[in-house]
Design a protein around this ligand. Structure first.
Ligand SMILES: [Zn+2]
Length: 82
């Protein structure tokens, strides 16, 4: 009886990291206005990413840093230098 093993194997085959199982969006708190915002993230961009993105609420520029760990994304926002 190896049903469980087969299921896990199939999940890995069908949803490799970066193509379905990894987080595609996440909640963040804007460091400027304090609003909770859901942002889209791209696991295809690599396990560590950083870029500038504007807050959809107050339009202030965030310094976004992403780290993927086993399909779960950790996001750190910082204020960009004025
Ligand atoms: Zn904001």
């Amino acid at each position: 009886m190896s049903d469980i093993d087969d299921d896990e194997f199939l999940l890995d085959e069908d949803f490799p990291l970066g193509d379905g199982v990894a987080d595609m969006d996440t909640l963040v708190i804007c460091p400027y206005c304090g609003e909770e915002v859901e942002i889209g993230v791209d696991p295809g961009g690599g396990s560590d990413q950083s870029y500038i993105e504007d807050c959809p609420v107050c339009c202030s520029p965030w310094m976004v840093r992403l780290h993927y760990s086993g399909g779960t994304v950790e996001v750190t926002l910082a204020q960009t230098e004025a």
